[in-house]
Design a protein around this ligand. Structure first.
Ligand SMILES: Nc1ncnc2c1ncn2[C@@H]1O[C@H](COP(=O)(O)OP(=O)(O)OP(=O)(O)O)[C@@H](O)[C@H]1O
Ligand SMILES: [Mg+2]
Length: 214
C-alpha cells in the first residue's frame, strides 16, 4: 500500500545548503520527528513536505501523488482536505473570536465544530475572546483545535508545544498521538524537545545536510 507521505532524493538550499538527498516515508498511524539546531532547516523541510514550498530538487508524494507535479488546483485540494499544518507561529484570524476561528475552519473543511476537542484542549472558556487577547500557549491550542477539526490524514506540527507548560504540553502531545491512532492518520513533528521527539516511531536529527536516526 502507498505510504501517506514519501520523500525521494530531496534537496534544498537558501543562502546555504540545508539538506541533500533525503529519503523517508511516513505510513498510516506512524509518527516521525525531526530535531536539530536552530537554522538547520527543520521548518523548511516541513514546509516542503506539506505542499507549501517547492524543493530545489527531489519529489514529495502524498497518498501516491507527486505533489509538485500537480496543477495548482489539485495541490490546494490536498492542502485543504488531506493535511493539517500547525505552524511555528500561529495564523489565526485576528478580527474573529476563537469560536469564529474554529467555525471558519469547520466550514472550509465541511466538518462540524468539535466540542470534545475544545474541552480536552482546555480552551472552552476563551471561545469569545480574540486571538490578540489570549496567551501564546492558548493561541497554540486554538490552532491545534482548528487543524484537528478538519480531520487531516497527515498532521505537520512545527514546535506544537513550544509555548506550553509541561502539563499542557503533555496533554497536547497525547491528543496528537490519540488522533493519529483513531483516525488512521500520521504525524510529522518538528521539535527541540528530545523527550517529545522520542515519543515518535522514528526520530531524526537534521545535521550536516542529512537526517540521522537518533
Ligand atoms: N523563505 C526563505 N528565504 C530565504 N532564506 C530562508 C527562508 N526560509 C528559511 N530561510 C533560511 O533557511 C535556514 C533554515 O531555516 P528554518 O526555518 O528551516 O530553520 P529551523 O531548523 O526550523 O530553525 P528553528 O529551530 O530556529 O525554527 C535559516 O538560515 C533561514 O534564515
Ligand atoms: Mg523552525
Amino acid at each position: 500500500m502507498e505510504a501517506l507521505l514519501r520523500v525521494n532524493n530531496l534537496s534544498h538550499s537558501f543562502d546555504y545548503p540545508l539538506f541533500h538527498d533525503l529519503n523517508f516515508t511516513l505510513e498510516k498511524q506512524q509518527s516521525i520527528s525531526i530535531t536539530g539546531v536552530s537554522g538547520s532547516g527543520k521548518s523548511t523541510l516541513l514546509h516542503i513536505c506539506s505542499t507549501l514550498l517547492k524543493p530545489k530538487s527531489g519529489e514529495v508524494f502524498i497518498n501516491g501523488k507527486n505533489i509538485y507535479k500537480l496543477p495548482n488546483s489539485e495541490l490546494i485540494k490536498i492542502r485543504r482536505n488531506s493535511i493539517g499544518i500547525i505552524f511555528q507561529s500561529h495564523f489565526l484570524f485576528k478580527g474573529f473570536s476563537v469560536k469564529e476561528n474554529m467555525e471558519i475552519a469547520a466550514i472550509l473543511a465541511k466538518t462540524n465544530f468539535d466540542k470534545n476537542l475544545i474541552e480536552r484542549l482546555g480552551i472552552a472558556h476563551i471561545l469569545k475572546q480574540k486571538p490578540g487577547d489570549i496567551s501564546g500557549g492558548q493561541q497554540q491550542r486554538v490552532s491545534l483545535a482548528r487543524v484537528l477539526s478538519k480531520k487531516p490524514k497527515i498532521i505537520f506540527a512545527d514546535e506544537p508545544t513550544g509555548n506550553l507548560d509541561a502539563a499542557t504540553a503533555k496533554e497536547v502531545t497525547s491528543l496528537l498521538f490519540d488522533y493519529i491512532e483513531a483516525n488512521n492518520a500520521a504525524l510529522f513533528l518538528v521539535t527541540h524537545d528530545l523527550n517529545l521527539a522520542k515519543c515518535c516511531d522514528t526520530t531524526y536529527k537534521l545535521e550536516n545536510l542529512e537526517l540521522k536516526p537518533l
